[in-house]
Design a binder for this molecule. Sequence first.
Ligand code: NAP
Length: 337
Amino acid sequence: MPVSSREWHLTARPTGEPKPSDFALVTSTVADPGPGQVLVRNDWLSVDPYMRNRMDEGESYIPAFELHRVMDGAAVGTVVASGADGVRVGATVVHFHGWREYAVLAAGAVRVVDTELAPAQAYLGVLGATGLTAYAGLTEIAPVRPGDVVFVSGAAGAVGSVAGQLARKLGASRVIGSAGGPEKSRRLVEHFGFDVGIDYREGDLAGQLARAAPQGVDVYFDNVGGDHLQAALGAMNRYGRVALCGAISSYNDAEAPPGPSNLRLAIGRRLTLRGMITTDHTDLIPEYVHRAATWLRDGSLRADETVVDGVENSVEAFLAMMRGANTGKMLVRLVHA
Ligand code: NAP
């Protein structure tokens, strides 16, 4: 049994872009699991944009990280000791006690997953919260109807790359994505099957979007906010729908950014702009996982992963993801001797 575990603490609330010195890797003692508990060895950790918001104080839908305490987030691991009926040693489980090597958890805090269906880490990405976000966004929040033109920002990332592919499966006639840089925007078309990949770093986003969507946009899946939301509003058709999923362009801003100056277009065009939080949509998990696993098996859904090795590199992985170093899901793989 392991006697110690390394875990990440937030030690200072970042201003602007977080610095490695805002975090500390701390060694803690691992307890034996008691009755009804399991000891989990984490194999994969998820690093996600919403974690940046948890580094700040203030109102949110999820509590801020506490200073000098272990951070948390999604992880997948292997049960290495069990005092719980129904969760056997060797089971692969997902849970919310990431940012660390080992965790002692109540059996009710873990969900056993089927690694015959897909590799364990898929439950942090395409079969996990990120895939579900894309699915809920395009089926319930801003439903795609056959023939729609769909625009997805952050399209080469974990949520966006799945959203673009799901939009097509849901009947979109044209799928447009935006991402940072020529390589990513090319990959949108060549690998993920978008009709157009916009490189937002080239500038003139509104002009690029107008050229990509001469008939206008019916559904916008917003991962970025800011200039992307402004450009999308300008391109929306009457009765268009916008899923407000994320606003990563402002997560490091110390001051609240101004809202889109063209918001009043929403009135005349009868737009629906709707925020979403994935945890409201867990009822969709069985339906989504069944459909997505089928598509993964038949090769019609592609799920990229960008992998960083070692718990000691988790903060670097998080910071790199925020800067756009990833395609698809950014993951930390813990290698166990
Ligand atoms: P991700 O897209 O895999 O990674 C983040 C990406 O953001 C980077 O790869 C980078 O890609 C892009 N980015 C960073 N700064 C940017 C900027 N200033 N302008 C445009 N793009 C920028 O992350 P994810 O996990 O899939 O999350 C995507 C979005 O969905 C985030 O906003 C996240 O908060 C949101 N989300 C919301 C929910 C919910 O329940 N509402 C759930 C999951 C995720 P480029 O190289 O293209 O810049």
